[in-house]
Write a protein that binds this ligand. Sequence first.
Ligand SMILES: *Cc1c(COP(=O)(O)O)cnc(C)c1O
Length: 374
Amino acid sequence: MIPYGKQTIDQDDIQAVVDVLQSDSLTTGPKIAEFEQTVADYVGAKYAVAISNGTSALHAACFAAGIGPGDEVITTPLTFAASANCVLYCGGTPVFADVDPKTYNIDPEDIQRKITDRTKAIIAVHLAGQPCDMDAIHSIAREHGLIVIEDGAHALGSVYKGKKVGSMSDMTTFSFHPVKPITTGEGGMIVTDNEDFYKKMILFRSHGITRDDSMMTRNDGPWFYQQFDLGYNYRITDIQCALGCSQMKKLDRFLARRKEIVAHYNEAFADCDNIITPYQLSDTESGWHLYIVQVKNCDRRQVFEKMREKGIGVNVHYIPVYMHPYYQEHGYENVHCANAEEIYSHIISLPLYPGLTSEQQDYVIDTLKSLCEE
Ligand SMILES: *Cc1c(COP(=O)(O)O)cnc(C)c1O
Protein backbone atom coordinates (compact mmCIF):
# COMPACT_ATOMS: atom_id res chain seq x y z
CA MET A 1 0.00 0.00 0.00
CA ILE A 2 1.27 3.48 -0.89
CA PRO A 3 0.39 5.45 2.29
CA TYR A 4 -0.99 9.01 2.28
CA GLY A 5 1.89 10.14 4.46
CA LYS A 6 5.09 8.63 5.78
CA GLN A 7 8.31 9.53 7.56
CA THR A 8 11.72 9.75 5.87
CA ILE A 9 14.45 8.25 8.07
CA ASP A 10 18.10 8.07 6.96
CA GLN A 11 21.18 6.46 8.46
CA ASP A 12 22.20 9.71 10.20
CA ASP A 13 18.79 9.89 11.94
CA ILE A 14 19.36 6.36 13.20
CA GLN A 15 22.87 7.22 14.34
CA ALA A 16 21.63 10.29 16.25
CA VAL A 17 19.20 8.07 18.18
CA VAL A 18 21.84 5.40 18.84
CA ASP A 19 24.22 8.07 20.18
CA VAL A 20 21.64 9.09 22.79
CA LEU A 21 20.96 5.47 23.72
CA GLN A 22 24.66 5.12 24.47
CA SER A 23 24.76 8.35 26.52
CA ASP A 24 23.78 8.94 30.15
CA SER A 25 20.54 10.85 29.53
CA LEU A 26 17.56 9.19 27.92
CA THR A 27 15.21 11.93 29.14
CA THR A 28 15.46 15.49 30.59
CA GLY A 29 18.96 15.66 29.11
CA PRO A 30 20.70 18.09 26.73
CA LYS A 31 18.88 17.04 23.55
CA ILE A 32 15.63 18.60 24.77
CA ALA A 33 17.01 22.15 24.84
CA GLU A 34 18.95 21.60 21.63
CA PHE A 35 15.79 20.57 19.78
CA GLU A 36 13.82 23.45 21.31
CA GLN A 37 16.46 25.97 20.26
CA THR A 38 16.67 24.52 16.74
CA VAL A 39 12.93 24.82 16.14
CA ALA A 40 12.65 28.24 17.83
CA ASP A 41 15.46 29.59 15.64
CA TYR A 42 13.96 28.04 12.52
CA VAL A 43 10.50 29.58 12.96
CA GLY A 44 11.71 32.81 14.55
CA ALA A 45 10.28 32.46 18.05
CA LYS A 46 11.88 33.36 21.39
CA TYR A 47 10.89 30.30 23.41
CA ALA A 48 10.04 26.68 22.67
CA VAL A 49 8.76 23.84 24.85
CA ALA A 50 9.27 20.31 23.52
CA ILE A 51 6.53 18.01 24.73
CA SER A 52 5.21 14.46 24.40
CA ASN A 53 2.99 15.04 21.33
CA GLY A 54 0.99 17.60 19.38
CA THR A 55 -2.09 17.04 21.49
CA SER A 56 -0.29 17.74 24.78
CA ALA A 57 1.20 20.81 23.06
CA LEU A 58 -2.33 22.09 22.44
CA HIS A 59 -3.35 21.19 26.00
CA ALA A 60 -0.34 23.10 27.38
CA ALA A 61 -1.13 26.13 25.19
CA CYS A 62 -4.77 26.19 26.38
CA PHE A 63 -3.57 25.85 29.97
CA ALA A 64 -1.11 28.73 29.57
CA ALA A 65 -3.84 30.83 27.94
CA GLY A 66 -5.83 30.34 31.13
CA ILE A 67 -8.78 28.66 29.45
CA GLY A 68 -11.27 27.30 31.97
CA PRO A 69 -14.95 26.68 32.62
CA GLY A 70 -17.16 29.31 30.99
CA ASP A 71 -14.56 30.27 28.38
CA GLU A 72 -15.32 29.83 24.70
CA VAL A 73 -12.62 29.11 22.15
CA ILE A 74 -13.34 29.44 18.45
CA THR A 75 -11.82 26.89 16.11
CA THR A 76 -12.44 25.11 12.82
CA PRO A 77 -14.47 21.92 12.46
CA LEU A 78 -12.28 20.76 9.57
CA THR A 79 -9.41 19.48 11.70
CA PHE A 80 -8.23 16.59 13.81
CA ALA A 81 -10.29 16.28 17.01
CA ALA A 82 -7.30 17.34 19.15
CA SER A 83 -7.66 20.99 18.03
CA ALA A 84 -10.99 21.14 19.90
CA ASN A 85 -10.45 18.46 22.57
CA CYS A 86 -7.68 20.58 24.12
CA VAL A 87 -10.30 23.19 25.02
CA LEU A 88 -12.47 20.53 26.67
CA TYR A 89 -9.49 19.25 28.69
CA CYS A 90 -9.36 22.68 30.34
CA GLY A 91 -13.11 22.81 30.98
CA GLY A 92 -13.69 25.35 28.21
CA THR A 93 -16.16 25.22 25.32
CA PRO A 94 -15.06 24.83 21.70
CA VAL A 95 -17.15 26.91 19.28
CA PHE A 96 -16.91 26.01 15.61
CA ALA A 97 -16.66 28.69 12.95
CA ASP A 98 -17.18 27.57 9.37
CA VAL A 99 -14.39 27.37 6.81
CA ASP A 100 -13.69 29.28 3.63
CA PRO A 101 -14.95 27.24 0.67
CA LYS A 102 -11.77 27.89 -1.31
CA THR A 103 -8.95 27.45 1.23
CA TYR A 104 -10.83 25.10 3.65
CA ASN A 105 -9.35 27.16 6.50
CA ILE A 106 -11.36 28.94 9.21
CA ASP A 107 -13.30 31.91 7.83
CA PRO A 108 -12.55 35.14 9.74
CA GLU A 109 -16.03 36.46 8.96
CA ASP A 110 -17.60 33.49 10.68
CA ILE A 111 -15.19 33.89 13.63
CA GLN A 112 -16.53 37.42 13.96
CA ARG A 113 -20.12 36.10 13.99
CA LYS A 114 -19.32 33.48 16.66
CA ILE A 115 -17.76 35.91 19.15
CA THR A 116 -19.60 36.40 22.46
CA ASP A 117 -18.55 38.06 25.70
CA ARG A 118 -17.26 34.63 26.80
CA THR A 119 -14.87 34.20 23.89
CA LYS A 120 -11.32 33.94 25.18
CA ALA A 121 -9.20 32.57 22.34
CA ILE A 122 -9.04 31.47 18.72
CA ILE A 123 -7.31 28.26 17.64
CA ALA A 124 -6.41 28.62 13.96
CA VAL A 125 -5.45 25.39 12.17
CA HIS A 126 -3.37 25.64 9.01
CA LEU A 127 -5.08 22.79 7.18
CA ALA A 128 -2.76 20.80 4.94
CA GLY A 129 -0.03 23.38 5.63
CA GLN A 130 -1.86 26.28 3.95
CA PRO A 131 -1.66 29.26 6.33
CA CYS A 132 -4.91 30.76 7.60
CA ASP A 133 -5.75 34.42 6.97
CA MET A 134 -3.69 35.52 9.99
CA ASP A 135 -3.99 39.28 9.38
CA ALA A 136 -7.77 39.08 9.61
CA ILE A 137 -7.61 36.72 12.61
CA HIS A 138 -5.16 38.96 14.48
CA SER A 139 -7.23 42.04 13.82
CA ILE A 140 -10.35 40.34 15.25
CA ALA A 141 -8.29 39.13 18.23
CA ARG A 142 -6.94 42.64 18.90
CA GLU A 143 -10.39 44.16 18.70
CA HIS A 144 -11.84 41.69 21.23
CA GLY A 145 -8.77 41.05 23.40
CA LEU A 146 -8.46 37.37 22.43
CA ILE A 147 -5.49 35.04 22.63
CA VAL A 148 -4.48 33.45 19.32
CA ILE A 149 -3.13 29.91 19.27
CA GLU A 150 -2.06 28.42 15.97
CA ASP A 151 -2.29 24.66 15.56
CA GLY A 152 0.67 24.28 13.24
CA ALA A 153 0.66 20.47 13.24
CA HIS A 154 0.64 20.60 9.40
CA ALA A 155 2.59 23.79 9.01
CA LEU A 156 6.19 23.57 10.24
CA GLY A 157 7.97 25.57 7.52
CA SER A 158 4.82 27.20 6.10
CA VAL A 159 5.12 30.92 5.41
CA TYR A 160 2.43 33.62 5.63
CA LYS A 161 3.31 36.95 3.96
CA GLY A 162 7.02 36.39 4.52
CA LYS A 163 6.58 35.20 8.13
CA LYS A 164 7.07 31.61 9.22
CA VAL A 165 4.24 29.89 11.05
CA GLY A 166 5.36 30.05 14.69
CA SER A 167 6.49 33.67 14.60
CA MET A 168 3.11 35.42 14.51
CA SER A 169 0.74 34.53 17.35
CA ASP A 170 0.67 34.17 21.14
CA MET A 171 1.47 30.49 20.84
CA THR A 172 1.90 27.99 18.01
CA THR A 173 1.92 24.22 18.40
CA PHE A 174 3.57 21.56 16.25
CA SER A 175 3.29 17.76 16.04
CA PHE A 176 6.07 15.35 15.15
CA HIS A 177 3.94 12.27 14.49
CA PRO A 178 5.45 10.23 11.61
CA VAL A 179 3.14 11.68 8.93
CA LYS A 180 3.90 15.30 9.91
CA PRO A 181 6.58 17.54 8.29
CA ILE A 182 9.33 16.08 10.51
CA THR A 183 9.07 13.26 13.03
CA THR A 184 10.25 12.21 16.47
CA GLY A 185 7.99 9.12 16.53
CA GLU A 186 5.59 10.86 18.88
CA GLY A 187 6.35 14.43 19.85
CA GLY A 188 5.25 18.02 19.86
CA MET A 189 6.32 21.57 20.58
CA ILE A 190 4.89 24.94 21.49
CA VAL A 191 6.66 28.13 20.46
CA THR A 192 5.98 31.58 21.88
CA ASP A 193 7.54 34.99 22.44
CA ASN A 194 5.73 35.35 25.77
CA GLU A 195 7.90 34.53 28.78
CA ASP A 196 4.93 34.08 31.08
CA PHE A 197 3.29 31.50 28.79
CA TYR A 198 6.66 29.79 28.40
CA LYS A 199 7.18 29.42 32.14
CA LYS A 200 3.66 28.09 32.64
CA MET A 201 4.13 25.46 29.94
CA ILE A 202 7.52 24.33 31.27
CA LEU A 203 5.86 23.60 34.62
CA PHE A 204 2.77 22.07 33.03
CA ARG A 205 4.93 19.58 31.09
CA SER A 206 6.24 18.06 34.31
CA HIS A 207 3.57 17.90 37.06
CA GLY A 208 3.64 21.64 37.73
CA ILE A 209 6.80 20.96 39.73
CA THR A 210 9.86 23.21 39.88
CA ARG A 211 13.24 23.25 41.60
CA ASP A 212 13.80 26.87 40.61
CA ASP A 213 14.78 28.67 43.82
CA SER A 214 13.49 32.02 42.57
CA MET A 215 9.97 30.56 42.29
CA MET A 216 9.79 28.53 45.48
CA THR A 217 8.09 29.83 48.63
CA ARG A 218 10.61 28.01 50.87
CA ASN A 219 13.63 25.80 50.36
CA ASP A 220 14.30 22.98 52.81
CA GLY A 221 17.52 21.92 51.12
CA PRO A 222 19.14 20.56 47.97
CA TRP A 223 16.48 17.80 47.61
CA PHE A 224 13.63 20.27 47.64
CA TYR A 225 11.04 21.00 44.95
CA GLN A 226 7.54 22.44 44.95
CA GLN A 227 4.39 21.85 42.91
CA PHE A 228 2.60 25.02 41.84
CA ASP A 229 0.13 23.81 39.20
CA LEU A 230 -1.67 20.58 38.43
CA GLY A 231 0.60 19.55 35.57
CA TYR A 232 1.10 16.21 33.85
CA ASN A 233 3.93 14.00 32.77
CA TYR A 234 4.01 15.26 29.19
CA ARG A 235 7.79 15.05 28.86
CA ILE A 236 9.51 14.05 25.64
CA THR A 237 12.69 11.95 25.66
CA ASP A 238 16.21 12.80 24.53
CA ILE A 239 15.92 9.83 22.18
CA GLN A 240 13.06 11.58 20.40
CA CYS A 241 14.68 15.02 20.49
CA ALA A 242 17.88 13.66 18.95
CA LEU A 243 15.79 12.36 16.07
CA GLY A 244 14.06 15.74 15.91
CA CYS A 245 17.38 17.64 15.68
CA SER A 246 18.54 15.35 12.91
CA GLN A 247 15.22 15.70 11.04
CA MET A 248 15.33 19.51 11.28
CA LYS A 249 18.49 19.50 9.13
CA LYS A 250 16.39 18.03 6.33
CA LEU A 251 13.18 19.98 6.75
CA ASP A 252 13.83 22.40 3.89
CA ARG A 253 14.71 19.51 1.60
CA PHE A 254 11.52 17.69 2.63
CA LEU A 255 9.45 20.83 1.95
CA ALA A 256 11.03 21.31 -1.48
CA ARG A 257 10.28 17.72 -2.45
CA ARG A 258 6.66 18.05 -1.25
CA LYS A 259 6.29 21.18 -3.37
CA GLU A 260 7.62 19.34 -6.42
CA ILE A 261 5.12 16.48 -5.93
CA VAL A 262 2.27 18.98 -5.54
CA ALA A 263 3.25 20.80 -8.74
CA HIS A 264 3.14 17.49 -10.60
CA TYR A 265 -0.31 16.62 -9.17
CA ASN A 266 -1.64 20.08 -10.05
CA GLU A 267 -0.39 19.82 -13.60
CA ALA A 268 -1.73 16.28 -14.04
CA PHE A 269 -5.24 17.18 -12.82
CA ALA A 270 -5.47 20.56 -14.56
CA ASP A 271 -7.55 19.12 -17.39
CA CYS A 272 -9.96 17.15 -15.13
CA ASP A 273 -13.19 18.98 -14.37
CA ASN A 274 -14.13 16.32 -11.80
CA ILE A 275 -11.01 16.80 -9.68
CA ILE A 276 -10.75 20.07 -7.77
CA THR A 277 -7.12 20.67 -6.79
CA PRO A 278 -6.05 22.71 -3.72
CA TYR A 279 -6.49 26.48 -3.94
CA GLN A 280 -3.19 28.35 -4.03
CA LEU A 281 -2.89 31.66 -2.20
CA SER A 282 -0.38 34.02 -3.78
CA ASP A 283 1.06 35.52 -0.58
CA THR A 284 1.65 32.28 1.35
CA GLU A 285 3.83 29.22 1.03
CA SER A 286 2.17 26.02 2.13
CA GLY A 287 4.28 23.31 3.75
CA TRP A 288 2.07 20.85 1.83
CA HIS A 289 1.47 18.40 4.62
CA LEU A 290 -1.54 17.04 2.70
CA TYR A 291 -2.74 17.05 -0.88
CA ILE A 292 -6.53 17.25 -0.61
CA VAL A 293 -8.66 17.05 -3.75
CA GLN A 294 -12.43 17.23 -4.10
CA VAL A 295 -13.98 14.74 -6.47
CA LYS A 296 -17.11 16.02 -8.19
CA ASN A 297 -19.75 14.26 -10.30
CA CYS A 298 -18.62 10.90 -9.03
CA ASP A 299 -19.21 8.85 -5.89
CA ARG A 300 -16.50 9.78 -3.38
CA ARG A 301 -16.98 6.59 -1.41
CA GLN A 302 -16.64 4.44 -4.51
CA VAL A 303 -13.55 6.32 -5.69
CA PHE A 304 -12.05 5.99 -2.19
CA GLU A 305 -12.71 2.26 -1.97
CA LYS A 306 -11.36 1.59 -5.47
CA MET A 307 -8.19 3.57 -4.70
CA ARG A 308 -7.66 1.48 -1.55
CA GLU A 309 -8.33 -1.72 -3.51
CA LYS A 310 -5.62 -0.67 -5.92
CA GLY A 311 -3.10 -0.26 -3.13
CA ILE A 312 -3.32 3.50 -2.69
CA GLY A 313 -3.70 4.53 0.95
CA VAL A 314 -5.97 7.52 0.44
CA ASN A 315 -7.54 9.20 3.45
CA VAL A 316 -10.08 11.89 4.33
CA HIS A 317 -9.00 15.01 6.26
CA TYR A 318 -11.29 15.62 8.08
CA ILE A 319 -14.67 14.54 9.40
CA PRO A 320 -16.04 17.80 10.89
CA VAL A 321 -15.24 17.50 14.60
CA TYR A 322 -18.75 18.24 15.88
CA MET A 323 -20.14 15.27 13.88
CA HIS A 324 -18.39 12.77 16.16
CA PRO A 325 -20.73 10.99 18.60
CA TYR A 326 -18.89 12.45 21.60
CA TYR A 327 -19.61 15.99 20.43
CA GLN A 328 -23.15 15.12 19.31
CA GLU A 329 -23.81 13.84 22.84
CA HIS A 330 -22.25 16.89 24.50
CA GLY A 331 -24.28 19.76 23.12
CA TYR A 332 -23.25 19.97 19.46
CA GLU A 333 -26.25 18.15 17.95
CA ASN A 334 -27.57 21.33 16.34
CA VAL A 335 -24.24 22.67 15.12
CA HIS A 336 -23.82 22.89 11.36
CA CYS A 337 -21.05 24.41 9.32
CA ALA A 338 -22.37 24.21 5.77
CA ASN A 339 -19.06 24.74 3.97
CA ALA A 340 -17.18 22.24 6.12
CA GLU A 341 -19.88 19.61 5.56
CA GLU A 342 -19.99 20.23 1.82
CA ILE A 343 -16.19 19.99 1.56
CA TYR A 344 -16.12 16.88 3.76
CA SER A 345 -18.51 15.08 1.40
CA HIS A 346 -16.14 15.43 -1.56
CA ILE A 347 -12.57 15.30 -0.25
CA ILE A 348 -9.85 12.69 -0.59
CA SER A 349 -6.22 13.08 0.53
CA LEU A 350 -3.75 11.62 -1.97
CA PRO A 351 -0.32 10.25 -1.04
CA LEU A 352 2.19 13.04 -0.36
CA TYR A 353 5.52 12.58 1.39
CA PRO A 354 9.17 13.20 0.45
CA GLY A 355 9.87 9.53 -0.32
CA LEU A 356 6.98 9.13 -2.79
CA THR A 357 8.59 8.13 -6.12
CA SER A 358 7.58 9.57 -9.52
CA GLU A 359 6.40 6.11 -10.58
CA GLN A 360 4.19 5.80 -7.50
CA GLN A 361 2.82 9.29 -8.05
CA ASP A 362 2.03 8.59 -11.71
CA TYR A 363 0.22 5.43 -10.64
CA VAL A 364 -1.86 7.47 -8.18
CA ILE A 365 -2.64 10.06 -10.87
CA ASP A 366 -3.62 7.51 -13.52
CA THR A 367 -5.76 5.55 -11.08
CA LEU A 368 -7.67 8.59 -9.79
CA LYS A 369 -8.17 10.02 -13.28
CA SER A 370 -9.58 6.77 -14.62
CA LEU A 371 -11.96 6.45 -11.64
CA CYS A 372 -13.19 10.02 -11.96
CA GLU A 373 -13.71 9.84 -15.69
CA GLU A 374 -15.76 6.63 -15.55
C1 LIG B 1 -1.63 15.49 14.24
C2 LIG B 1 -2.45 16.62 14.65
C3 LIG B 1 -2.61 16.99 16.00
C4 LIG B 1 -2.15 16.14 17.15
O1 LIG B 1 -0.82 15.82 17.13
P1 LIG B 1 -0.34 14.45 17.84
O2 LIG B 1 1.15 14.58 17.82
O3 LIG B 1 -0.83 13.31 16.99
O4 LIG B 1 -0.89 14.42 19.21
C5 LIG B 1 -3.29 18.15 16.29
N1 LIG B 1 -3.83 18.91 15.33
C6 LIG B 1 -3.74 18.56 14.02
C7 LIG B 1 -4.35 19.47 13.00
C8 LIG B 1 -3.06 17.41 13.65
O5 LIG B 1 -3.00 17.08 12.36
